[in-house]
Design a protein around this ligand. Sequence first.
Ligand code: FES
Length: 578
Amino acid sequence: MATSAAGRGRRSQEWFGASGRAGMLYRSWMRNQGFGPAVFDGRPVIGIATTWSELAPCNAHLHRVAEAVKRGVWQAGGFPLEFPVLATGETLLRPTAMFYRNLLAMEAEELMRGNPLDGVVLLSGCDKTTPGLLMAAASVDLPAIMVTGGPMLNGKFRGQDVGSGTHVWKFEAEVMAGRMTEAECLAAEGCMARSNGHCMTMGTASTMACMAEALGMQLPGSAAWPAVDARRYETAQEAGIRAVALVESDLRPSAIMTREAFENAIRANAAIGGSTNAIVHLMALAGRLGVPLALDDFDALARPVPTLVNLLPSGKYLMEDFCYAGGLPAVLAELASAHLLNESPVTVTGRSIGENVAGAECWNREVISSFDDPLQPAGSGTAILGGNLCPGGAVIKQSAASPELLVHRGRAVVFDTPEAYHAVADDPDLDVSADDILVIRGAGPRGYPGMPEVANVPLPARLLKSGVSDMVRICDGRMSGTGYGTVVLHVSPESAAGGPIGLVRTGDFITLDVPARTLTLEVADEELARRRASFVPPPRPKSGYAWLYTEHVLQAEEGADFDFLRGARGSDVPRDSH
Ligand code: FES
């Protein structure tokens, strides 16, 4: 088996280039798939980590995307090998897909390290699959490029655009308020998801696809091509070509995802009106890379950035419109023109992000506004709160909230779990008014477990029927990126970790002051100390993955990663018995 000069020293050659019995073992079994001996000549072996699954509908087309990637890898002289990793579909997995993000990251990391790969293409789509794969690639630090699967086409119902996720809540509220029949709702359901792809609102999947692009980990424009657009597949083929080039130039995730690149991603998230979940995922990713990043960075970096992108849930349009308007390159070009883009970070194109977006044009100012005439002014994006109710921080998406509730004092009405609230939410005698503040706890990383997207609980039925459309809600869990409302999220420490949110009692008063960035529980320290002394944490699982998860999951401000997975571990196999 002759190894080419270029291939000598390549990682995959430690397997396929070996002489004698060992090399024969590795090559022979691979040849049962019909690969000829030439593929072992030292060409870059490119793994294609796919989160394809029919149980993850947003990723159900990734096998076709993988075929396009393979074309590119072959075209560039590489050897593509597709392999499955955990598909964390948002809609079906219980208790919540977030419970499995770290498991996906752990599995993908080990498979990338344990196999004869020189580089990796990461195929993701649904919310957690993008951060999970990026976290894995960061910890292994093999040359890697991401290809997200793209959003669904715009939903259409009775001539109107319908956004996945966002309209589920809207329709539910309409039915509860008696303005829509069950039959109409059923018809609308079939009009929402009408093609392959992930949610086409600016929810978490679209946000994380944009984050991957802003970080420099996927090709310019990749985030927005609809899943069924031919150019999605053209881009995937190009990514295959680039994967080979990344191996040849030894350009690794650690060189791409620098602090400067994270600053770009955080500002881009503000400009697109992106999901609050990006905060948790970017914190976890930074933790893998050893990039210094604090929760307050999200506030400080985002404050000078206006919201430019007019997409649901904060705005009006959907990802298809965003794509045709110019996609993320047009947004990044706007940031660059305002000197709010670090232009030098290198990207998977081999060029800097500034070079990637130079000359990018916007074709529809209704969808992507200019810096001079933004959709919402600077400082109106996601805010980070502090105060005695959230010593570890909390998050609120101002653009999805009611402006008149951003400063609000109200009586706490407390529920120990989301289920406890849902059990009484329809009770016409529930003692709650529109000025009260709903406190939903037991939804943090450790407590639920898995930090589900439950914070934006529907309002009590009685209030909805009387025309109330929003009230302040406070929760140690997350909110779907497609959700909206005046909801304080990610309150940390969570109740299960002994945080002050676990000490609140119905009747206490809470003041939310978003301009001052504070969340204050108006209870004296001595009284809180008395309550803390009698606080009993909920029981923990005793075995299985749930035990591992609750023992090792970190709080929201550290990205809810596992403590033992933070940092990079490189691609060296700990021990090779052959
Ligand atoms: Fe998969 Fe929304 S459910 S992206």
